[in-house]
Ligand binder design. Structure first.
Ligand code: GLY
Ligand code: MN
Ligand code: MN
Length: 524
């Protein structure tokens, strides 16, 4: 920092003190009394707490197998899986809490559960020091006593402000995992694992404070955390943990599949609400917002939220792949691409796209483009079966897309040449991939290795999207005018079964005539 930017502050005040003081200024607007008499009055004369009625979660019989899979990959190592903390949206206002997906997967915790919690898989050993598995301990910040200041004065965690959080007993009953106070985390993490067992891994980018704690413990254990080489080595340890946590999610258990079905059902209900509100959208100067808010309201009412920002893209906006501004007009005669998914309370999400004719009927050119995309999707479904490679799904869709573009005279080369690795000209009109895994994250299992994901073999229990599209921008001089300003994507969620696959989103019409009939039935 040079002289000109040196802040002025009281002599002797350290930067840290200054920061603390600035943070404290939030109290400048507070009228809350803090006399001893007030504290005494606030913390006394409360009825005993009622039992919150928390029972074992139906997920609790599925999560042990998930933890066992992680345990098997890291014998003798201590594994740290943070939920993450509350994130500031602005000043003293936080975003609604959502735990890290790896934490949700291994604990079963869902909506709003549980800021600052940390799951530790602590290795166990036999008498000879051989690893025998892991014991799970869930460190949480339990509900504070009513005689604490937190009870009434802490706007982030206090019962007066955010309601009663679970006690340690509640957490144990709900998850079936031993619970401990978060204040005992450091002690447990710093316990010696015995000679030859120093390894400690933490999920990266879940909780900066826990990562800092792990770094401090590594330094204490004699690791040279300052050297670049050692830091890279440690980062690799943690990245490997993230990789395994992603890869164990590539196939879903029965409980997860139930959650996906519910997310899909609620998403389909949301699409029906959108159609019913299309006349209102056409009337409004920001009709896309009508679509967004109708879908999102249903998601919030019937699930936890949306799994990602809703894309409500009318006309040429549909050619912008992640159009989430959603402030455009919705005009009769155009298409509207709606890409939206409900995330249920367990945090599993659907990811669905339909491209609808705003006036209820596809024009000839719209229908021609729509049918090509549908044919590509159907070809992808054909090969989305056990034993094939994940990349076969994309290849099958691209074969159809390239063939149609050739047929229409839009490709500057043959479809065959375009499909070669050196060509790929057809991708000008579909730059995104055809499929991604789906689950707790909309783009699930992203940290999995290439050989397990794109180059991996399709297995029963996998859930992924099939979502080909064609997007002709309004200023694309490479296509005749009639194509310009039309974007179509059809996105379904597929469950791979023992012998084939099931389209989880099949109840939402896909064929153009079925879409038209469905819209007509909702709009009459
Ligand atoms: N909604 C994001 C995607 O389809 O991948
Ligand atoms: Mn998708
Ligand atoms: Mn999508």
């Amino acid at each position: 920092m040079n002289e000109n930017t040196q802040p002025t502050h009281a002599e002797g005040e350290t930067a840290e003190e200054l920061r603390a003081e600035l943070k404290n200024r939030v109290n400048n607007r507070s009228h809350r009394p803090n006399s001893e008499k007030f504290k005494e009055f606030m913390t006394s004369n409360w009825e005993d707490r009622k039992d919150l009625g928390i029972v074992a979660g139906d997920f609790a019989s599925f999560t042990p197998a998930r933890r066992d899979a992680v345990s098997a990959a890291f014998p003798g190592e201590r594994l740290v899986v943070p939920a993450g903390g509350l994130k500031v949206r602005s000043n003293d206002t936080d975003y609604r809490f959502r735990p890290h997906s790896a934490f949700a997967h291994l604990t079963g915790f869902g909506t709003d559960q549980e800021p600052d919690a940390v799951l530790v898989l602590n290795p166990t050993f036999d008498q000879d020091g051989n690893p025998t598995g892991h014991e799970a301990i869930l460190f949480v910040r339990p509900l504070a006593d009513r005689n604490s200041e937190e009870f009434y004065a802490d706007s982030r965690y206090g019962e007066f402000w955010v309601g009663a959080r679970p006690t340690l007993e509640d957490v144990e009953r709900l998850t079936g995992i031993r619970a401990a106070h978060i204040d005992s985390l450091t002690d447990v993490l710093s316990k010696d694992l015995g000679p030859g067992h120093v390894s400690l891994r933490v999920v990266p980018e879940a909780d900066a404070e826990i990562e800092a704690l792990v770094e401090a413990l590594r330094a204490e254990a004699g690791f040279d955390v300052a050297s670049e080489e050692a830091t890279a080595e440690l980062a690799e340890l943690d990245a490997k943990l993230a990789e395994v946590l992603a890869e164990i999610r590539l196939t879903k258990d029965d409980w997860e599949i139930e959650q996906m079905r519910e997310a899909v059902a609620q998403s389909i209900a949301g699409f029906a609400e959108v159609v019913k509100n299309l006349p209102r959208a056409v009337e409004h100067r920001r009709g896309e917002r009508v679509i967004e808010t109708v879908f999102d309201a249903n998601a919030r009412l019937e699930g936890n939220s949306v799994g990602y920002e809703t894309i409500a893209a009318a006309g040429d906006h549909a050619t912008t792949l992640h159009w989430i501004t959603n402030d455009g007009k919705v005009n009769e005669g155009e298409l509207v691409l709606v890409d939206a998914g409900v995330e249920v309370e367990s945090l599993y999400t659907a990811d669905v796209t339909r491209t609808l004719p705003i006036n209820g009927t596809y024009s000839d050119i719209q229908r021609k483009i729509y049918q090509a995309v549908l044919d590509a999707a159907d070809a992808a479904f054909e090969v989305a079966v056990p034993g094939n490679k994940f990349s076969d799904v994309h290849a099958a869709a691209m074969k159809v897309i390239a063939a149609r573009l050739e047929e229409w005279g839009l490709l500057p080369v043959s479809a065959e040449e375009s499909l070669s690795p050196e060509g790929q000209q057809h991708r000008r009109w579909m730059v995104h991939g055809t499929s991604h895994h789906l689950g707790l994250d909309v783009h699930d299992c992203a940290a999995a290795r290439r050989e397990m994901y794109v180059d991996g073999v399709i297995e029963p229990g996998m859930v992924f999207t099939i979502e080909p599209g064609l997007y002709f921008k309004s200023d694309d001089l490479a296509v005749p005018e009639e194509y310009r300003g039309i974007g179509v994507r059809i996105e379904d969620d597929v469950l791979v079964t023992e012998n084939g696959n099931e389209n989880l989103t099949a109840a939402l019409p896909r064929k153009p005539e079925e879409v038209e009939a469905w819209m007509a039935s909702l709009l009459k």
